[in-house]
Ligand binder design. Structure first.
Ligand SMILES: [Zn+2]
Length: 251
């Protein structure tokens, strides 16, 4: 049994016994990990409330052989995001991120860039705001695009997702089944197609790039709504169900 150290975000905890909890953690080093926290329900445990939902913590755990739960031995808070307690839109967005991380990734499948993107989002949502820019929408979109790229479903926004050919710039059509834009030759095969405005495509493409200033651009409300709708449908399609938090997500 090797003792492993990791940075983690707490996605979920469930009671296991009178005194113990099972924590679902999303780690930078190992991806999703489920571990038993013995004594995790006692007020004064080794974990000192580090297992509160969406806390960024440092953990030590014993990795068990397949079939049995890993054992959490230490958890220390690195950061909490107190603003989430007072801003409902930010809280729902953070829960949505936790839900996507839990449902769209496998255990022991690490994606350090995705961990960083989740932390960047929580940092933006959970810190005192310096201006009234609508940070929730663009930050969530940035996170979703990193997630989709990491799990291999980055939406095709340049050429046709089906044949690779050029798309009709004046009548952009997006299909979840195809995995992005489709060209005039292929569009007939995809009945789930929906139109996408050039401004919507621009927002998606811009946020696919890692530049920080893309998040701060004054994206127009109608464009944000359109992008929200396209991504919501795409994520729902890939998951095979609507994410529970999706109806509460703003744009
Ligand atoms: Zn095509």
């Amino acid at each position: 049994m090797a003792a492993e150290k990791a940075q983690a975000l707490v996605l979920r905890t469930t009671d296991w016994s009178e005194t113990s909890r099972i924590a679902t953690l999303w780690t930078r080093e190992f991806g999703k990990v489920r571990a038993l926290a013995k004594g995790g329900r006692r007020l004064k445990s080794n974990f000192e409330n580090a297992l509160d939902l969406l806390t960024h913590c440092r953990i030590v755990f014993l990795r068990k052989s397949s079939g049995s739960l890993d054992l959490l031995t230490e958890a220390q808070v690195v950061r909490r995001f107190p603003r989430l307690r007072s801003d409902l839109a930010a809280l729902y967005a953070a829960y949505y991120v936790a839900e996507l991380l839990e449902s769209m990734t496998e255990e022991y499948d690490p994606h350090p860039l995705l961990f960083d993107a989740a932390l960047e989002l929580l940092d933006a949502l959970g810190s005192p705001r310096v201006d009234e820019a609508p940070v929730v929408g663009p930050y969530v979109v940035r996170f979703e695009l990193v997630l989709l790229r990491e799990v291999g479903y980055s939406p095709a926004l340049d050429g046709c997702a089906s044949c690779g050919g050029p798309v009709d710039e004046s009548r952009l059509a997006f299909s979840c089944a195809a995995g992005g834009l489709v060209c005039p030759n292929c569009v007939g095969q995809f009945r789930d197609r929906q139109s996408l405005s050039p401004a919507g495509r621009k927002m998606l493409r811009t946020l696919q790039q890692p530049a920080e200033d893309a998040l701060r651009q004054p994206w127009e409300a109608g464009v944000r709504r359109e992008v929200r709708q396209v991504l919501s449908q795409y994520v729902t399609y890939l998951l095979g169900r609507q994410p529970r938090l999706l109806p509460y997500l703003g744009s």
